[in-house]
Write a protein that binds this ligand. Structure first.
Ligand code: AKG
Length: 416
């Protein structure tokens, strides 16, 4: 059943249960998806789908990282082919060791993890959030040695533009750092995951309220997807989300999907999800956003800021005590303090957010036919600019004024 020899009888039984219990798939599956259909049927309504293995069949990773098993739809991972990257220092989660609301994580050279797996050890180890593409580009090569981003997914505002034939210096490309990431390279949101059967990613929602897509190069995964209005059953008595939905009766009523080898799944913005590997899996994913989700990204940042403000409300009192509540000196200092913490906690503050928007307006990552119509994009943009100008930060964060002004100039010039 599994492509990995070193699993116990109990683990085989758990895998059998997960596979047998998996319902027929309820979400659309496409061999090809035009950008128009992606935009109107999935990005705007924020709905999941699957791209069939046709979408990854020409990827180099699909031939290099798989050892086909005769008459099986699942391959064995070609760990020898991954040795090329043995020197990469990668984040490794021990999925048998929960630490508060995460797994114990360390960084170690990929070669050491491959050694363990080849000796039949390291069962619960999961290489997560490995920035393989950034590392390849840093070494002066192109990502086509691994994959090719499907056309409909190229309007990506979080990652370097998809350029199969030019070499990009990635170190300047990504300005943002996910607070949870510990890899040596954290400049982008293009990740590779590797792990044996039953390694898993607990229930979570993606960074910044981004969308994500995830391709199974080797092996199959079970996904539990939760639309935002279906989260009640996965909360404990304190209102906190559970770590592992398998502990809950009926797995919390999620949309459950078995993703086959070669398929790409699209996870909508703000949807919680959990993932369990059914075989030894090698997968590639991107977190990304684009103009249809701008309002959600904006709202997610507002919520993150509220959380920071609540957490350090005593600092506000101290600033007022020191500077007095008359005049606006205290408020300027308070807002700057909050922004500093927000950058560390959420990965970006208003300056980072608007800089990203400016960059993508000035240098769109995808051609017009693979992006929303300009009038639509500009409306989404104007909506959030209007909202931002009502906030106190608009008054006090002067360095953001020019960035927003540049965006407005760009929007106007593209409208005319
Ligand atoms: O494949 C996994 O283990 C996790 C992937 C994931 O959560 C994501 O792509 O957002």
């Amino acid at each position: 059943m599994s492509n990995w020899p070193t699993i116990s009888v109990e683990q085989q039984q758990e895998l059998g249960r997960l596979i047998a219990g998996n319902p027929p798939r309820e979400i659309p599956i496409y061999d090809e998806l035009s950008y128009q259909d992606f935009l109107y049927n999935h990005l705007i309504p924020n709905q999941p789908f699957i791209l069939s293995p046709v979408s990854t069949s020409t990827w180099s990773a699909s031939s290099n990282f798989r050892i086909p098993i005769p008459s099986s739809t699942v391959s064995t991972p070609n760990l020898a082919a991954l040795r090329r990257y043995a020197h990469h220092v990668v984040p490794v989660a021990n999925t048998l060791q929960q630490q508060f609301s995460e797994f114990e994580r360390i960084e170690r050279p990929l070669g050491e993890v491959l050694d363990l797996w080849e000796r039949g050890e390291g069962n619960g180890l999961y290489v997560k959030d490995w920035h393989l593409m950034a590392e390849i580009e840093r070494d002066g090569r192109g990502v086509e040695e691994v994959y090719e981003v499907p056309e409909c997914l190229r309007d990506d505002w979080l990652n370097p533009p998809y350029t199969p034939d030019s070499r990009l210096p990635t170190s300047d490309e990504g300005k943002f750092y996910a607070s949870t990431s510990t890899s040596t390279s954290t400049s982008d949101f293009r990740f590779t995951y590797l792990g044996p059967p039953l390694t898993y990613t607990p229930l979570h929602r993606d960074v910044y309220g981004s969308y994500s897509w995830s391709a199974n190069v080797v092996g199959r995964k079970v996904w539990w997807l939760f639309p935002p209005d279906r989260l009640d059953r996965v909360k404990d008595k304190n209102g906190d989300l559970v770590f592992d939905v398998r502990e809950i009766e009926g797995e919390g009523g999620a949309i459950e999907i078995l993703q086959q080898e070669g398929e790409i799944i699209f996870v909508p913005s703000g949807w919680h999800h959990q993932v369990v590997n059914l075989d030894f899996c090698i997968s590639i994913n991107h977190n990304f956003f684009s103009s249809p989700s701008l309002t959600r990204i904006y709202d997610t940042l507002c919520t993150a800021q509220e959380r920071v403000e609540e957490a350090i409300s005593d600092v506000k009192d101290m600033i007022i005590d020191r500077l007095g509540s008359g005049g606006d000196a205290w408020e300027k200092e308070w807002i700057e303090e909050v922004q500093g913490l927000l950058e560390r906690d959420a990965g970006w503050g208003w300056k980072g957010f608007w800089e990203t928007v400016r960059k993508k307006v000035e240098m769109p990552p995808a051609k017009d036919s693979l992006s929303p119509p300009v009038e639509m994009r500009n409306k989404w943009m104007n909506d959030i600019i209007g909202k931002y100008k009502m906030r106190r930060e608009w008054m006090y964060l002067e360095e953001v004024h020019q960035i927003v002004a540049d965006i407005e100039i760009s929007i106007t010039s593209q409208n005319t």
